[in-house]
Design a binder for this molecule. Structure first.
Ligand code: SF4
Ligand code: SF4
Length: 316
């Protein structure tokens, strides 16, 4: 939505009124008749009563623009929510008492260059589609498609400008956002598509939330003794993760994919000795369990013999 003193867009990929979605599947070459600019009578109307869920890249961009540590940004501007139709925790932007986005003024969006992905997309939405929901082949790539959200108050649809979805995406900087969000979105979509076949543990949810919202804390985790003694991270990788937030964010997606979703990840190797320790522990646990079972069995036999003797002596 509302660019300060100039152009378009707003709303959300995750939560919207289904009655406002046009029932036509669009692709990159589909035409979009729409223009948003400060001259429209509805200027900034779309920056209120909305649900803007933030991706990790949105959070990174916004807190950099506002020059805030992640924890302060999260505390001041967001509220934890579950990502739509999943048990994965994330955050959405807090609205003010009037239900308006905290970044909107009469002149438009004050953080326009750094605005969240959902604001860039509006009034276009993107979704994924899988051919055979029954088969649910996790390895099959999902088909991406677009749709138009047409809300009564949005007068941008009455403007004459026509462009393709491809051109719209490039103009709004969506291509870059999508590249950055892709791996994280795939995890969310995977959780959404394949449902709650297995419940995520509270610990898994906490790790997902931490990695998806607070890169400062995630960095502390990565450089903790327990993490470094569990995973092989060469010097070069460590340097990148220490210095480069985007590298750290992309690493966090792979970490989540491997640890929470069990997706094999070649760039994240568990240390050999850690694996051995784990195996030893499992063997020990198993041996312990077998030993305990044997002892219990012997005790039961003993009790049984005892009982038998008592019964026999009573008969006599
Ligand atoms: S961040 Fe807020 S002010 Fe900016 S476009 Fe999005 S809803 Fe509007
Ligand atoms: S309601 Fe539509 S036209 Fe009006 S400011 Fe928002 S995106 Fe632009």
């Amino acid at each position: 939505m509302s660019k300060q003193e100039s152009a378009p867009e707003q709303s959300t990929l995750f939560s919207r009124n289904p009655s406002n979605i046009m029932p036509h599947k669009l692709d990159l070459d589909s035409k979009l008749k729409f223009r948003c600019h400060p001259g429209v009578s509805c200027f900034t109307a779309c920056c209120g009563n909305i649900n803007i869920v933030l991706t990790p890249y949105d959070i990174l961009r916004l807190r950099r623009a506002l020059n805030l540590p992640a924890s302060e940004f999260l505390l001041r501007f967001t509220t934890p929510v579950y990502l739509e139709k999943t048990d994965l925790p994330g955050v959405r932007i807090n609205l003010d008492e009037e239900g308006r986005c905290p970044f909107v003024t009469e002149q438009g969006c004050t953080i326009y260059e750094h605005r969240p992905t959902t604001c860039r997309y509006y009034p276009v939405g993107m979704s994924y589609f899988r051919e055979s929901p029954e088969k649910k082949d996790e390895s099959a790539p999902a088909e991406e498609f677009y749709f138009l959200v047409k809300e009564e108050h949005c007068k941008g649809h009455e403007e004459e400008q026509v462009q393709t979805i491809r051109e719209w995406r490039a103009d709004q900087g969506i291509d870059e956002s999508d590249v950055m969000n892709k791996e994280w979105m795939e995890l969310v979509m995977r959780r959404k598509s394949f449902g709650h076949q297995a419940t995520l543990s509270e610990q898994a949810k906490r790790i997902f939330f931490l990695a998806s919202t607070d890169l400062d804390k995630f960095r502390e985790l990565v450089f903790s003794d327990s993490f470094l003694s569990s995973y092989e991270l060469d010097e070069e990788t460590q340097k990148k993760l220490r210095e480069d937030d985007v590298e750290l964010m992309l690493f966090s997606f792979r970490f989540l994919a491997a640890t929470i979703f069990g997706i094999r990840e070649s760039s994240l190797k568990v240390r050999e000795e850690r694996l051995k320790q784990k195996m030893e522990q499992i063997k020990k646990d198993r041996a312990g369990a077998e030993k305990r079972a044997e002892e219990t069995y012997r005790e039961l036999l003993k009790d049984h013999e005892e009982l038998k003797k008592q019964l026999e002596s009573k008969k006599k």
